[in-house]
Design a protein around this ligand. Structure first.
Ligand code: ADP
Ligand code: MG
Length: 372
């Protein structure tokens, strides 16, 4: 008798969903990115019990057209990518069509949506675990979309327990991530709140509809932080691309060019004499072409250079690496936070040299008005 059998569809869906939505951070990241992709200029993130009970993201974006209600939460259905080759020229955050379908499998999930032409009449959409549309109900709604995620991991007891155990740390990480999105998203108003059981809704932070990242940073971290910062505007000249340096990295493999490439590093960093006092991950934000991402090697390089000027403290850093889309691959992990950079070793060397030069030419005095 054959012993190899196919795993039942429902279980496959749950297993795969668990790889896209791994924690609180991935939920918030996916929902905020969907709102940004929908052209929102205002995004409100509401937590209940730090996200254990509810995570709700409301935007004023374009809304979901009725013809899409049936497919919006189906796996690998996306409005952002029509053919696989599109991946190289992608300018949206999403493209895999996995987030909403995964959330259906892992939480109690619903959507409220309305388009401009719908007036104040919206629809509440409810879904099966599979992502199939279960039903729609007319509901009052402003233009935009609100996605509600209740009781995350309620049907995965081990993960739910882990989440409950680590909720403080998870929530802290999420707020750090939201800081990054709020600071980089010029022209988008962010507002974040949390409500504990029996408590009142408490504002966590907010930004206005600012025109610069600098103003966003002031809204999030306070004007005092800015006084201790200098502008980052580095041009790293990279050698001509010679093709793939890592197997499986597809974006640049067919795109090797003879032209040298430039990587710009734009943003803000602490003056080397006046750091943040400790390494605070929520005060070290990295982006590639404005996409928040984890760049542990870049972060390490920056901290090393900083240390050679200021032994006792670590910097605040907000750095956006602007580069050709052929020079990296975001399609490495389902959460798209891990980015594979082409020629990372050379990039780190150039970055260290450029930062060292910047610090050597920086006025090392402490601004009087920022002294306690
Ligand atoms: P992806 O973002 O990769 O397309 P998702 O599962 O996150 O996959 O979303 C599926 C689709 O649902 C999107 O392509 C988009 O058309 C629609 N959608 C999701 N969130 C929103 C939103 N906040 N506003 C408008 N449309 C949305
Ligand atoms: Mg998405």
């Amino acid at each position: 008798m054959a012993t190899i059998k196919a795993i039942e569809g429902r279980s496959v869906h749950q297993i795969q969903s668990g790889q896209v939505i791994v924690d609180l951070n991935s939920v918030v990241k996916e929902l905020v990115e969907n709102s940004l992709d929908a052209g929102a200029t205002s995004i409100e993130v509401r937590f209940k019990t730090q996200g254990l009970d509810t995570i709700e993201v409301q935007d004023n974006g374009k809304g979901i057209p009725p013809d899409d209600y049936g497919t919006v939460a189906l796996k690998h259905y996306t409005s952002k990518l029509s053919d696989y080759e599109d991946l190289t020229s992608l300018d949206t955050f999403g493209f895999r069509g996995e987030a909403l379908s995964s959330l259906c499998a892992l939480s109690k999930f619903h959507i409220l949506t309305a388009r401009a032409e719908d007036g104040a009449v919206g629809q509440r959409l409810d879904f099966e675990i599979s992502g199939q549309l279960k039903g729609t109900t007319v509901a009052a709604a402003q233009k935009g979309t609100t996605v509600s995620v209740d009781e995350l991991f309620h049907n995965l007891p081990v993960r739910r327990k882990e989440l409950e155990k680590n909720i403080k740390r998870e929530y802290g990480k999420v707020i750090g991530l939201l800081h990054a999105y709020a600071c980089i998203s010029v022209g988008v108003r962010f507002s974040v709140s949390n409500q504990m059981p029996k408590g009142k809704k408490v504002a966590v932070f907010s930004t206005k509809s600012n025109t610069t990242t600098k103003e966003n940073i002031v809204n999030v971290f306070g004007a005092k932080t800015l006084l201790a910062l200098i502008k980052l505007d580095l041009n790293l000249e990279m050698a001509p691309s010679t093709g793939p340096s890592t197997q499986g990295a597809r974006n640049w493999s067919t795109q090797a060019t003879d032209q040298s490439m430039e990587v710009q590093v734009l943003g803000h960093i602490s003056k080397p004499v006046f750091g943040e006092g400790r390494q605070a991950p929520d005060r070290q934000m990295f982006f590639v072409n404005s996409r928040p991402c984890a760049l542990p090697q870049v972060s390490k390089a920056v901290n090393e250079v900083y240390k050679s000027f200021n032994v006792t403290q670590s910097p605040f850093i907000f750095a956006n690496l602007v580069m050709d889309t052929n020079a990296y691959d975001v399609n490495v992990s389902p959460d798209k936070r891990t980015i594979m950079l082409h020629d990372q070793t050379a990039l780190l060397e150039r970055l260290k040299a450029a930062l060292t030069e910047l610090f050597e030419h920086t006025d090392h005095t402490v601004p009087q008005s920022s002294l306690p």
